[in-house]
Design a protein around this ligand. Structure first.
Ligand SMILES: C[S@@+](CC[C@H](N)C(=O)[O-])C[C@H]1O[C@@H](n2cnc3c(N)ncnc32)[C@H](O)[C@@H]1O
Length: 397
């Protein structure tokens, strides 16, 4: 039986905890907020969409899809506008929304099919969050949840409708069982389940248990019919492909011929899932990135930054205005796209043991083997340790 450990994060969106990896999938600060702050805002999509009619995205570690959803939310909200100088010597915004056709291609990859299939159903904006008793091991999570509540971003229901329409044929009985399990009912959006049933009935003759879904459909479908109409209108005007892949990201990318404008890399931390942070995987990503493309990730680690540099990228930082902190890393081929350069301190750290990166030449090693090999390399290295370096740096600065 598949087990999930959901809880509401501080912005009212559902976050997950993984027992296997003993790690959280999303920041307790807010799963949706995190996607916006670490992936969408630093990508500067406004500039990109003004210059281009086509956008290609690779979402590595799709999970329950916050990065793709935030991107779609941004695109659906986006207005092409131009500043026009008027006779009164002022600028006005001229808005074009309908006369530009946009091509959107998203390739999403995750190894966990259940999360991907359930992604459109998770609640993203719960008011009055109550997580009094989480029934899994997470004193740490509860403590983090006590920090300030925040809800800055709101996801349009059209985004989830778009995803449901696109993965309708894939959603299988195992995912449906989870959707129906009363233990998770609090975390799923009943309107979306109602829509799912409506679409299954209309387009897909799969035989699934009727009563539960018919009930939800009758109650909730009318609340979302407007959203559904908006989606149909948007799809008539624009090209949209959502290509969801369930497998190891290395395997999928080895047989993928696309290149991308933006790559979101949202794997578990390097210490837990090193196979997606190796220099060899980054070399593979290099082949999949357009010349003016950008890879974005939440990791600040010297191991990761050094691996990107050795794979041939220019590397910069992500800065989050709301926290005033550097909250991630970007890797690019065109240096001028870097807004926040690595500092002298960051670059010096790469030359310590902390900068020793993970390796996986054949792109098929298991995480444990990659970790073991890295441990031996660190142990045998003559480089100074990061703690020694930090001590020395503090003494001199
Ligand atoms: C931190 S979570 C990603 C959260 C996600 N971006 C979201 O919005 O929900 C990491 C994800 O990596 C996936 N994963 C782990 N190893 C993988 C691999 N080798 N290839 C593809 N996905 C993998 C896990 O199933 C998990 O969903």
């Amino acid at each position: 039986m598949y087990d999930m450990y959901p809880y509401f994060t501080n912005d009212g969106s559902v976050g997950l905890y993984s027992f296997d990896v003993n790690d959280i999938y999303h920041s307790t600060y807010g799963a949706l907020t995190e996607a916006y702050e670490k992936f969408i805002l630093p990508a500067d999509l406004t500039s990109f969409l003004k210059k281009n009619n086509e956008i290609k995205i690779l979402d590595i570690c799709f999970g329950i899809g916050y990065n793709t959803k935030s991107l779609l939310n941004f695109i659906l909200d986006f207005k092409y506008n131009e500043q026009i100088y008027t006779d009164n010597h002022t600028y006005i915004d001229k808005v074009y929304t309908d006369n530009k056709k946009l091509k959107v291609f998203i390739k999403a990859i995750d190894i966990d099919k259940n999360l991907a299939y359930l992604s459109p159903f998770f609640i993203t904006s719960k008011n009055n969050i109550k997580n009094n008793k989480l029934d899994f091991k997470q004193a740490k999570i509860e403590k983090m949840l006590k920090c300030e509540k925040s809800q800055k971003f709101v996801l349009k229901k059209e985004v989830n409708i778009l995803l449901i329409k696109n993965i309708l044929d894939k959603i299988d009985n195992e995912a449906i069982c989870i959707l129906k399990d009363p233990k998770y009912a609090l975390y799923f959006d009943k309107e979306m389940i109602g829509l799912f049933w409506y679409l299954i009935n209309r387009y897909n003759k799969k035989c699934i248990e009727l009563n539960f879904f018919t009930f939800l459909h009758n109650i909730y479908y009318r609340y979302i019919s407007n959203g559904y109409k908006n989606v149909s209108k948007w799809l008539k005007m624009n090209d949209f492909i959502f290509d969801l892949n369930i497998d190891d990201a290395r395997k999928i990318l080895l047989s993928d011929n696309n290149t991308y404008d933006f790559i979101f890399l949202d794997a578990f931390t390097p210490a837990k899932c090193p196979c997606l942070w190796t220099v060899d995987f980054f070399r593979l990503l290099f082949e999949h990135l357009n010349l003016d493309g950008m890879i974005l990730t939440y990791s600040n680690s010297a191991t990761v930054r050094n691996a990107f540099l050795h794979a041939g990228f220019y590397v910069g930082k992500i800065y989050t205005e709301s926290s005033g902190k550097f909250t991630g890393t970007v890797a690019v081929k065109n240096k001028s796209l870097i807004k926040y350069e690595l500092s002298e301190y960051d670059l010096s750290l790469l030359k310590t043991k902390a900068g020793i990166f993970y390796r996986d030449e054949n792109l098929n090693a298991i995480n444990e083997a990659i970790i073991e090999r890295h441990k031996i390399e660190v142990k045998n290295s003559n480089l100074i340790s990061s703690s020694q370096f930090i001590k020395e740096w503090k003494r001199l600065h």
